[in-house]
Write a protein that binds this ligand. Structure first.
Ligand code: SF4
Length: 478
């Protein structure tokens, strides 16, 4: 402490903070000479009556009746060997439980973004930019979704200062469920957790029902008798009814159609066009451009052709003229209904943001003096890991690499420090006896009653989620 300033020791930046001012991260302030955490501690409370565990005969404390202290607003300790800010005990269902509560400072963290769309948002490995800085890349697509991998230590600390700051800002905004505008090779992409993506100014509406081949497999019967040929246009696998196994088994005769692109197996074509924001995630607006000349010995004048995209949003009906050239015609009601059925089977398109971080490093020293025991305890399901009270998926293998859906966490759970790194809540819950056995800071344990909960932000726990102290999370030895 100097005359007018106090030194914050909650992270490596070690800010000197003047009276009435906050530190570089806006999380701590000098309030009358005392260092205070600006955001309130957040606790989860059940909004519904407790359900007794194991039904009749149960007479313990209802787990749902006890507030759960999350790490949001709890603060950090630095260096790591100091006990975590809160180590809270509570008796639940007759079992003494301990929750170690801390805001972790994560240099090794990022987000995985799942974007339900078949529109082109860039090639795999293309750089994703925020404020012109590279903050991640397009990664392997999943079924019906494009995926981004953003952040990570290489962008936070391995590039220039502006790159690190842009990465940290983008991650924090995404994790706090804000809309973030990204750019991928000239394509504008607005991402917000739980909201549809906006690609080049256009909000996506539907997630495709499947690839073109899958769509044929699902809906072949709907078209039977109403069209002689159906092509489901898709950037990955375009399906052709008469050649597809589904069409063959339903007795659809060859139509003489010729598809451009590479034939994979019967009725399944790759690369019929380039990726884009047109039909089925291709770059085409006119579906006829993916067809070659019809086979004159097989095709016949009057042949009824339906072309449809994998969301059913685009569709067109044609009939072959005497010259075997398709001509657009009015869509019969039966085929309109079949396209509507495809659209009805599509789910709404949303962006999902999953925070991913490594909690298996120095952070563990705030839990126990013997850090590897915490890792083993997590692995053995004796310790349950949550982030802001939300269940975290712990990756297999070494370390404690967690992944959590930010929509499961309370709003504004995340902060930052200018190292740069993200600050995220993390809680480790385990039996008091197990905590003592792994070398925990038992002298620092406080009961729920001793934790000042006045002024805490109180959030109702989702009724369809088990309390982190619920015994269903643990593999206690019999
Ligand atoms: S950046 Fe924040 S946590 Fe770090 S020393 Fe400054 S005020 Fe404290």
């Amino acid at each position: 402490m100097t005359d007018a300033k106090i030194r914050c020791d909650a992270c490596p930046v070690m800010c000197y903070i003047a009276e009435g001012r906050s530190g570089a991260c806006d999380r701590y302030a000098n309030h009358g000479g005392a260092l205070v955490r600006l955001d309130p501690l957040t606790i989860l409370e059940a909004g519904a009556p407790a359900v007794p565990f194991l039904g009749a005969g149960w007479d313990g404390d209802p787990v749902a009746a006890k507030p759960f202290v999350t790490a949001i607003g709890a603060g950090t300790t630095y260096p790591d060997y100091k006990p975590a800010p809160f180590i809270v005990s509570s008796e639940v269902e007759g079992v003494d439980m301990v929750t170690v509560v801390t805001e972790g400072i994560f240099s090794y963290c990022g987000v995985k973004v799942k974007i339900d769309t078949d529109r082109h948002i860039g090639e795999e490995r293309d750089a994703v930019r925020f404020r012109g800085e590279p903050v991640g890349h397009v990664t392997t697509s999943e079924y019906g979704s494009k995926m981004l991998s953003l952040g990570g230590v290489e962008h936070l600390t391995g590039g220039t200062k502006p790159e690190g700051r842009a990465t940290c800002d983008a991650l924090m905004a995404l994790c706090n469920r804000e809309a973030v505008e990204l750019e991928i090779e000239g394509i504008s992409l607005v991402v917000q957790a739980g909201q549809p993506p906006i690609i080049d100014g256009e909000a996506e509406r539907l997630m495709r029902v499947g690839c073109g081949s899958a769509t044929i497999g699902m809906f072949a019967k709907q078209w039977l008798g109403h069209a002689d040929e159906v092509v489901v246009v898709d950037d990955h696998i375009t399906g052709v009814l008469s050649e597809h196994e589904a069409g063959k088994q339903l007795g659809v005769p060859p139509s003489g159609i010729r598809l451009l692109g590479r034939r994979s197996t019967p009725g399944r074509y790759f690369k019929v066009a380039r990726p884009g924001t047109g039909w089925g995630g291709t770059n085409i607006d006119d579906p006829l451009t993916i067809l070659g000349p019809w086979k004159p010995k097989v095709a016949w004048p009057g042949l009824r052709l339906l072309m449809v995209s994998t969301t059913g949003e685009q569709s067109a009906y044609y009939e072959l003229g005497d010259d075997l050239v398709p001509r657009r015609a009015a869509m019969p009601d039966s085929l309109r209904a079949a396209s509507d059925l495809i659209a009805e089977n599509c789910e709404p398109s949303v962006c999902s943001v999953l925070f991913m971080a490594g909690a298996g490093g120095s952070l563990r020293a705030g839990v126990t003096e013997n850090p590897v025991r915490l890792t083993r305890s997590v692995r053995e399901a004796l310790t349950h890991v949550t982030c802001g009270g939300a269940e975290a998926y712990v990756w297999p293998g070494g370390g404690i690499t967690v992944m959590v859906d930010v929509l499961e966490m309370p709003q504004d759970s995340f902060g930052y420090v200018p190292t740069p790194a993200l600050v995220a809540p993390i809680e480790f819950t385990l039996r008091a006896s197990d905590y003592a056995a792994l070398g925990g800071y038992v002298d620092a344990v406080r009961s729920l009653a001793e934790v000042k909960l006045d002024g805490a932000r109180r959030i109702a726990r989702r009724e369809d989620r088990a309390d982190p102290r619920d015994r269903s999370h643990y593999r206690w030895p019999a």
